[in-house]
Design a protein around this ligand. Structure first.
Ligand SMILES: C[S@@+](CC[C@H](N)C(=O)[O-])C[C@H]1O[C@@H](n2cnc3c(N)ncnc32)[C@H](O)[C@@H]1O
Length: 329
């Protein structure tokens, strides 16, 4: 069992109560970007057929995903009892709100503190609960170090029963920038690359999830791209802001500010933002990446322009991937 003092617990957003509130409101965006669903349609027939009853949510955060997914499964017609296990490297103050113990009712939800990199503890889940029918993880791209994703997928594979399913949901920052046609796209990527590489994380992991699943041995893989624009233009020409998406992305850049400041002044900054995707060079042709966002004032200026673009440019979008695979029978 790991504690927040371990290396793995250096989760960039920390473990405060405001972070728990942020994760719960982020969950609303996650529903929103997927037509108010939490499970991919690829899983619906297995749910209805009663093939998904024991579910593991790795890096569960506040545990809101298992909590809400019980209702979705009921609506889909899944017969109980359902068993959910949520794991995280640190306990959330919201676990008491999201746990369900009574084994006589439709679903049971419990939580365990486990570091997803700890092979023995993770495999101990299989000994404790038996193999799972579905393993889910969402928004762990800021938690799993570069190079550790293949081992993570191998672990999920072993935790599943033959014929069991995996669903991974991640933010696709690079794809989101692809449709924007302005300097904000370039600057957003410079910020993401500066921070995530500085923390040893893989910025573009979302685009590699299907390949990772394939290499781990999964079959019948579906890779769904979900796009949410932060505003849209109506037929009368007026722009309507999508407040859920807009507020989420504006607050994300507020949260990232101190981290970017840290890496912007790091001696290896030029290396961190080297080999950027083409969207950076296409969208900021007048500037080299290393010259963008030179100091705190420039970041504040970016935030103001970004807030404006997010409210007014119907091309500004958030991008997520939902990748589902099946362990062979
Ligand atoms: C962005 S949050 C996502 C939470 C949740 N999956 C959701 O979508 O609401 C990332 C979570 O990963 C957890 N985490 C970070 N490193 C971890 C590790 N090594 N093992 C298990 N969980 C970890 C964090 O504590 C945090 O709760």
């Amino acid at each position: 069992m790991s504690t927040p003092e371990t290396e793995a617990a250096s989760y960039m957003m920390g473990y405060s109560s405001p972070e728990a509130e942020r994760l719960d409101s982020q969950h609303i965006l996650m529903r929103h970007m997927n037509a108010n669903r939490l499970l991919s349609p690829q899983l619906h027939s297995a749910v209805r057929a009663g093939k998904i009853k024991k579910i593991l949510d790795i890096g569960t955060g506040t545990g809101i995903w298992p909590y809400d997914t019980t209702s979705e499964m009921k609506t889909l017609g899944a017969s109980g009892p359902l068993r959910f296990v949520g794991t995280d490297v640190a306990q959330s103050v919201h676990w008491v709100r999201h746990q369900i113990f009574d084994s006589n009712i439709y679903a049971t939800i419990t939580f365990d503190i486990i570091d997803l990199n700890d092979e023995d503890s993770m495999m101990g889940l299989r000994d404790k609960y038996g193999p799972f029918d579905l393993v889910h993880s969402r928004l762990l791209f800021s938690s799993i170090k570069d190079g550790k994703w293949p081992a993570y997928l191998a672990r999920i594979f072993r935790l599943l029963r033959p014929g069991g399913y995996v669903q991974l949901v991640e933010n696709d920052i690079v794809n989101a920038a692809a449709c924007m046609n302005n300097q904000i796209a370039a600057e957003s990527l410079v910020i993401a690359y500066g921070i995530y590489r500085g923390l040893g994380l893989q910025v573009d992991i979302a685009a590699h999830l299907a390949k990772l699943q394939l290499h781990a041995g999964f079959v019948d893989i579906s890779d769904e791209l979900r796009l949410v624009t932060t505003c849209h233009r109506k037929s009368d020409g007026n722009i309507v802001v999508d407040n859920v998406a807009h507020e989420w992305i504006v607050s994300a850049f507020q949260t990232l500010k101190p981290l970017f400041r840290k890496f912007r002044t790091a001696p290896n900054y030029a290396e961190l933002i080297s080999n950027m995707p083409p969207q950076v060079y296409d969208n900021a042709p007048e500037s080299r990446p290393e010259l963008l966002l030179a100091d705190e004032d420039a970041y504040s200026d970016f935030q103001e322009r970004h807030e404006e673009i997010s409210r007014t440019d119907p091309l500004y979008q958030l991008s997520f991937r939902i990748v589902v695979g099946k362990k062979p029978e």
